[in-house]
Design a protein around this ligand. Structure first.
Ligand SMILES: O=C(O)C(=O)C[C@]1(C(=O)O)C=C[C@@H](O)C=C1
Length: 117
């Protein structure tokens, strides 16, 4: 069974693969293998989404008009544009949909925090 992650010739250990890189989907041979790799990515995503929501809550607290009324389409476009360089398979339109949901969830969590305080 070959490793679906790209071989990184710059890595110190011989034969090591870059598990932080995007795997080649053609090299994944079973559903179980793909699901195991997806679970590992999702665990990382959850940590990053939680971190992002906390940072967005800080902006809502610091911004003159925070929360839903302070939503900034220009800033959201910048975010999507910067991310597109790292996500060519998804592309800017899908990323915009994803990030709109992520941002909305962060604003919702921040509003819930404030209503509890
Ligand atoms: O940068 C801001 O102004 C924010 O309020 C943060 C944030 C985000 O979660 O990244 C949230 C809402 C805005 O529409 C844009 C960005």
């Amino acid at each position: 069974m070959s490793c679906p992650f790209p071989y990184d010739g710059r890595m110190e250990r011989r034969g090591s693969h870059d598990h932080a890189a995007t795997p080649d989907p053609e090299k994944i041979t079973t559903v179980a293998e793909a699901r195991e790799l997806i679970d590992a990515v999702d665990a990382q995503l959850a940590v990053l989404l939680e971190r992002r929501a906390a940072l967005s809550a800080a902006v809502q607290r610091l911004k003159p008009v925070g929360g839903y009324p302070g939503r900034s389409p220009g800033r959201e476009r910048e975010i999507v544009e910067a991310m597109s360089a790292h996500a060519p398979r998804l592309g800017p339109e899908r990323l915009a949909l994803i990030m709109s949901a992520v941002i909305e969830a962060g604003l919702d969590a921040a509003a819930e925090d404030r209503s509890r305080a």
